[in-house]
Design a protein around this ligand. Structure first.
Ligand code: G4P
Length: 286
């Protein structure tokens, strides 16, 4: 299937200040964890971070794995590993994969640790920061990693006011504020994936159009999810409008005159997808 394309009204100018802040924060850390949405592991990656990091070690963490198609996730993981990336799988909200993430961070920090040890600086903690585009689960992950230690965090010189280092594991400290990255939205396929996963503010795209594209995508790639959740039949020659109408009838989204309440049913489909109620699905092709 051709990937759905959604135009986003994008204003890149706003990011200069955020970029400068991230540049300053990156100077303080040893390992960057880029948090991605497992339902859109390619689209949720920030091209900017690669440029900013240069040679600094990075771990890619695919979060919300509980909402993604497991087979697609396995293929994405394998492809990313083949590119030489340090990757791990997470479901931060479910406390899944946190140990594996710490192991991956340690692995990524190993060359730096060895260097310090040679210079007799072996006691220093590895400093880590979580970065990612909006809504991938950065705050959730920081809270899960920091846990009860967050209250005991301490201020350190060189960190922007209000930011603190939190002890998260032996020899490991986490910056308690995440780096918010801007997504790359010139590509309509990326726009579609990020709009339906909730990474982009709704003011900059057409919500109904996004939901219609999502329904079309699901009817083609994951028809069983629509069949099961809405108790409908989907025939191979059904148009997206046919599928929307069937869901509307099944869910009672019908106007007084008997016509389909398109706005209401599309809103319901989008909400069901975002909440994970529809089931596991991945939007990015490998
Ligand atoms: P951010 O800082 O990157 O912007 O993301 P944040 O942690 O605020 O998480 C965004 C949403 O994603 C939250 O849901 C959060 O609960 C959910 N989330 C985070 N990690 C996972 C995960 O591993 N699995 C699932 N299924 N969801 C996850 P929300 O509905 O916006 O808020 P709330 O109702 O949970 O408070």
């Amino acid at each position: 299937m051709k990937r759905p394309q959604l135009a986003i009204q994008w204003f890149p100018g706003h990011m200069t200040r955020a970029k400068r802040m991230i540049e300053a924060q990156l100077k303080l850390i040893d390992v960057a964890v880029e948090l991605l949405d497992a339902r859109a592991p390619r689209s949720s990656r920030s091209p900017l971070l690669g440029q900013l990091l240069k040679d600094k070690p990075r771990v890619l963490a695919l979060n919300k794995a509980d909402m993604a198609d497991s087979a697609a996730t396995a293929r994405h993981l394998a492809a990313m590993k083949e590119e030489g990336c340090q990757v791990c799988l997470l479901a931060a909200a479910k406390d899944k994969g946190l140990k594996e993430l710490l192991t991956a961070i340690r692995e990524a920090a190993r060359p730096a640790l060895e260097k310090w040890q040679k210079r007799g600086l072996g006691k220093r903690a590895v400093r880590v920061m979580i970065l990612g585009i909006p809504n991938v689960g950065k705050s959730t992950l920081i809270n899960r990693l920091a846990g009860k230690n967050k209250a005991a965090a301490e201020d350190r010189p060189g960190v922007t006011r209000g930011q603190q280092w939190v002890h998260i594991a032996q020899g490991m400290e986490l910056l308690d504020t995440p780096g918010v990255l801007s997504p790359k939205l010139e590509d309509g396929g990326v726009g579609f994936a990020l709009a339906v996963t909730g990474a982009i503010k709704e003011e900059v795209f057409d919500r109904e159009q996004a939901a219609l594209l999502l329904t079309d995508f699901l009817a083609d790639a994951y028809p069983q999810l629509l069949r099961q959740n809405y108790s409908i039949d989907i025939e191979t020659d059904d148009s997206v409008d046919d599928v929307v109408a069937k869901i509307a009838v099944s869910r009672g989204c019908i106007k007084t005159g008997g016509s389909v309440d398109v706005q209401r049913v599309l809103s319901l489909i989008l909400r069901d997808f975002r909440s994970g109620r529809l089931g596991r699905a991945t939007l990015d092709p490998v």
